[in-house]
Ligand binder design. Structure first.
Ligand code: P6P
Length: 326
């Protein structure tokens, strides 16, 4: 039976009917994120043709050169989420402090995102992506959000999370805690069309994804880990954009790692808007994610932009890493 051609809106509505307690919030929030994703996809696909490639000359909170598309993407998400009236504050990789949302005093959610992950790939037309997290607000609506208190929640309390991948096609994946669902943008109609529902990472692929250029600074256990994989004939794949490496592993199995090292003990990746949302997704697909000691989703954040070592992918591969550390 060919899969029905369902748009993301139709699919979310169908799934919300399965959850009587659902209030339609996710329909509005995920549609807003999908809209921003569509708009960014147009910009990304035209980046070489218009004057949006390159740097703004600014340095962001990560002490990284801000690419013009980073700024555009950040604005697209704030602009798309504000009219929902559901969001009281937004946390972004691009902005030091939480962004209070105009007329969002009664918003029941906070949204965190990396608006354009892997943006150094922009200038060479390599894949990039957006990662997002949606938490229910902890402070009482109307109480004047203490945005940081509302954002510093462990990933296990996520209401929804997902990503948009701007690659050879533009894809959006999300989970609200009932499986992982994947959509492909059909540019002809400007709609995300259901590609896979209830994705599973059943492992099996002998693929690892890590930047071995950093291995001179790695702990011995990480050096031993890669040595073991090589001895077992694993292939290395590294795109340099977390969303793209994660997406490949989600679909085919495999393991991604950005370890801590002697220069950066907590690694490079951010907990709240990179590691935690993708860990939520991978666990919903049957995979796992750890910082090398504990489940990523159990880490209680203390800072908006805090980093964490990340090992994420097929459960058997994450178990191997944990076993080497025990
Ligand atoms: P490196 C992109 O800058 C990013 O945050 C992730 O998307 C990616 O996985 C990682 O950093 C790449 O870092 O040090 O290997 O260039």
């Amino acid at each position: 039976m060919p899969q029905r051609t369902l748009t993301i809106t139709q699919f979310i509505l169908e799934r919300e009917r399965d959850h009587p307690q659902a209030t339609g919030d996710f329909t509005a929030l995920l549609n807003a994120i999908a809209l921003a994703g569509k708009r960014i996809s147009v910009d990304v696909n035209r980046a070489g043709l218009t004057d949006i490639i390159g740097r703004t000359g600014e340095i962001n909170v990560q002490d990284e050169q801000v690419q013009k598309l980073d700024t555009i993407a950040n604005t697209q998400f704030v602009t798309a989420l504000t009219p929902t009236g559901l969001v009281c504050a937004i946390g972004s990789e691009e902005v030091e402090e939480p962004i209070p949302i105009e007329h969002g005093e009664d918003g029941r959610y906070v949204v965190l995102f990396d608006p354009l992950d892997g943006s150094s790939n922009i200038d060479v037309a390599a894949p990039i992506g957006t990662i997002f997290s949606i938490y229910r607000r902890k402070t009482a609506p109307g109480s004047g959000s203490n945005a940081l208190e509302d954002m510093l929640q462990p990933g296990r309390d996520l209401e929804a999370a997902g990503y948009v991948l701007y690659g050879s096609s533009t894809m959006m994946a999300y989970s609200t805690g009932s499986g992982v669902h994947l959509f492909t943008l059909d540019p002809a109609i400007g709609e995300f069309i259901l590609t896979d529902s209830d994705l599973r990472d059943d492992g099996g692929a002998k693929v690892y994804s890590t930047n071995e250029g950093n291995s001179s600074r790695w702990n011995q256990v990480d050096i031993d880990w890669v040595g073991q994989l090589k001895s077992e004939g694993y292939s290395a794949r590294y795109i340099g954009a977390l969303v793209a490496d994660f997406h490949r592993n989600l679909l085919r199995g495999g393991i991604f790692a950005y370890p801590g090292d002697s220069k950066s003990p907590n690694g490079k990746l951010r907990l709240l808007y990179e590691a935690a949302p993708l860990s939520f997704v991978i666990e919903q697909a049957g995979g796992k994610a750890t910082d090398g000691r504990q489940r990523i989703l159990d880490i209680v954040p203390t800072e908006l932009h805090q980093r964490t070592p990340l090992y994420i992918g097929s459960a058997n591969e994450v178990d191997r890493i944990l076993a080497m550390r025990s």
